[in-house]
Design a binder for this molecule. Structure first.
Ligand SMILES: Nc1ncnc2c1ncn2[C@@H]1O[C@H](COP(=O)(O)OP(=O)(O)OP(=O)(O)O)[C@@H](O)[C@H]1O
Ligand SMILES: [Mg+2]
Length: 287
């Protein structure tokens, strides 16, 4: 697999050389491959948003480098805009960034800036709207007439319409109701499957990350503490609880069963997986 993003000794300090100096990301080294679905977890204030905002050049590292396809994204600072088209960023609460007259124009905004026009632009907007679950009948509405969840989808569609090679989403499901979360998450998974690009998802919800991510970046107090396959991160329950995180509930239940002597495997991450392990056991028991 080829590497798309590499972080080398990456660090960021807010308010450097002022009394408010705050080290937010410290010496992060890792490589992300093309097509991977990466989850980022960590306690509040651990540096997740600062880290992802460096990936598309929104903030410039105070030390170290971000390499996109092997090239330092700040090599030519004037061309940093091009990086923002390739690494698309959906911020936490992106609905506050909608400002155009119609949802259609809002979704088109980034793609227009990228240089798309005419049919190509129209296709990109409609396809992105479909991926993000924006109804066609909403495209001519004002974004301010949409519900919270619908606004969120429109903002996500705007980033997808730029067709980025890497899609970064910072807490995309925060504040949505469980149903809205579920639907949005499956739309992101579906987009990743169809488009085959790299997706980086920051989330506080372990259940969500466990279901969708191939690998997980664990941040704690500005440091990278783990970057491993999802199963192996959630097999380290002790490490996670030390830094204030939890394994998914179902993983805990399965761990308890194992400790009670049941023959169940480690690293069960989803209810579906648990069902496929437990159902045959229960059937046998019944027989
Ligand atoms: N603009 C800023 N100026 C000064 N300090 C900041 C700024 N933004 C963030 N910080 C500090 O940097 C550290 C990392 O913040 P960051 O927002 O990256 O964390 P996070 O992991 O995204 O947190 P959350 O889970 O709450 O979104 C925190 O201590 C935070 O208070
Ligand atoms: Mg954050």
């Amino acid at each position: 697999m080829s590497c798309i993003l590499e972080l080398k000794n990456l660090g960021f300090t807010y308010g450097k050389d002022t009394p408010f100096e705050k080290r937010a990301v410290n010496n992060v080294n890792l490589k992300i491959n093309k097509g991977e679905f990466i989850g980022i977890i960590g306690h509040t204030g651990s540096g997740k948003s600062t880290l992802v905002q460096m990936l598309n050049g929104l903030i410039r590292p105070t030390d170290g480098q971000v390499l996109l396809d092997g090239r330092n994204i700040w090599e030519e600072p004037k061309k940093i805009r091009n990086v923002r088209f390739r690494v698309g960023m959906v911020f936490q609460y992106p609905e506050y960034q909608l400002f155009e007259e119609t949802v259609y124009r809002d979704i088109a905004f980034g793609a227009v800036n990228k240089g798309l026009t005419g049919d190509e632009l129209d296709k990109a907007v409609r396809k992105a709207a479909e991926f993000a679950g924006v109804k066609e009948s909403h495209l001519e509405k004002s974004p301010f007439d949409l519900s919270g969840g619908e606004k969120r989808r429109a903002a996500i569609a705007g980033v997808i319409a730029m067709d980025p090679d890497v899609l970064v989403l910072d807490e995309p499901t925060a504040g949505l109701d469980p149903m809205g979360r579920e639907i949005l998450l499956s739309q992101i998974v579906n987009y990743h499957k169809m488009r085959g690009n790299t997706v980086i998802l920051v989330s506080h919800t372990m259940e969500d990350i466990a279901r969708v991510a191939d690998k997980i970046i664990v941040m704690n107090k500005s440091e990278l503490v783990a970057f491993e396959e999802t199963k192996s991160v959630f097999a380290r329950g002790d490490m996670l609880s030390k830094i204030g995180l939890q394994v998914p509930q179902i993983t805990n239940i399965m761990q308890d069963l194992k400790q009670k002597g049941f023959d169940v495997p480690d690293g069960v991450l989803t209810v579906d997986e648990a069902l496929s392990v437990l159902t045959p056991m229960l059937k046998k028991e019944g027989a």
